[in-house]
Design a binder for this molecule. Sequence first.
Ligand SMILES: [Zn+2]
Ligand SMILES: [Zn+2]
Length: 216
Amino acid sequence: MENLLKIDLHVHTVYSYDSLITPYELVFYAKKRGLDGVAVTDHDRLDGAIKIAGETDFLIIPGIEITSLGGHIIGLNVHESIPPNLSVEETVDKIHELGGIAIACHPGAPFKGSLKNRVTSKFDAVEVINSSAIPFNHCVKYAEKIAEKLGKARVAGTDAHYGPEIGYAYTLIDANEKVEDIVEAIRKKKCRPFGGPIPLTVRLKRELLGVAKKFF
Ligand SMILES: [Zn+2]
Ligand SMILES: [Zn+2]
């Protein structure tokens, strides 16, 4: 590996109903954490990711986290939205038809709408590190087993919903700073996951801000 990019492949913005991250904060915290780019993966919508990518010079990979009937699936480098509530297979096929890659995100995490044993060989990658998944070590082990069994690329992302959570996990990718090259490199397994869980103090601050947002 030579030209390694450091990218958090799973970040939610205010375009997700449950995230606090504004486009400004997204870029601010990503740069602060020394990332080369981020994938914006809002819940069941792509418009925010496309808009943000068009408004900044910072590297943004447009993505979407789709609520399929079998669990959450991330599509990266798609340019059209994919509807929720399709089967796992239909969802992955649609991502591929649109030229994107399908990632089985947090496959073993409880309370997150996870795929569990519904990850198939059609997927391009498995998110083995998800910084928001609890219990963290159990979730990593579970996902590692799936990635190994299916022989798929292993990636990492934070699933951040609050600016300071960005960058606690990232994927090192051997590619040029072009979205097409990056997803191709992931498909070819020219990447490695790094990072850990979001620290409890950061998590608590997010919860408090989330509550405050609801009431004021
Ligand atoms: Zn999810
Ligand atoms: Zn997510």
